[in-house]
Write a protein that binds this ligand. Structure first.
Ligand code: 5GP
Ligand code: ZN
Length: 127
């Protein structure tokens, strides 16, 4: 195991992390996609008809903690988000990907996740 993967920020799974518990199937979720790198599941408090969270299986706390070593993981999150939006029928009409980072943006779960929102008109600027 490398020093990086032993770091608390980058460890494979954090015992007190809600999304690590969903990844480990200790907490149920409505999963729409899963592979070796990411899981995508429906938000428990949806803000649009489609509200899916795309979550990497490796624990990283915030987008501030992502490095060049994470390019493949982040790229896979983005293509998964687009695939989910397409499968939910929003590719042509439009949809939104949102990444909240820390308190001012309203991040509440400190395991990175990409929100996929679609199925209604989405205002700009966001709140
Ligand atoms: P954030 O505010 O950190 O960007 O987004 C966290 C999201 O996780 C929120 O939209 C919230 O509704 C969602 N969430 C919180 N707890 C749970 C849960 O137990 N299950 C699911 N599926 N979503 C959750
Ligand atoms: Zn986690």
């Amino acid at each position: 195991m490398t020093q990086r993967s032993e770091s608390p920020v980058f460890s494979r799974s954090m015992g007190d992390c809600l999304f690590c518990k969903i990844i480990d199937k200790k907490i149920p979720a409505k999963v729409v996609h899963e592979d070796d790198q990411v899981i995508a599941f429906r938000d428990i408090n949806p803000q649009a008809p489609t509200h899916v969270l795309v979550v990497p299986k490796r624990h990283v706390a915030t987008l501030n903690d992502v490095t060049a070593a994470d390019h493949a993981m982040v790229g896979h999150m983005v293509t998964t988000a687009a695939a989910v939006a397409r499968s939910e029928g929003h590719a042509e009409a439009g949809w939104r990907a949102v990444w909240n980072v820390n308190a001012a943006a309203g991040q509440t779960v400190f395991h990175i996740h990409l929100h996929v929102l679609g199925g209604r008109a989405l205002g700009w600027p966001p709140g």
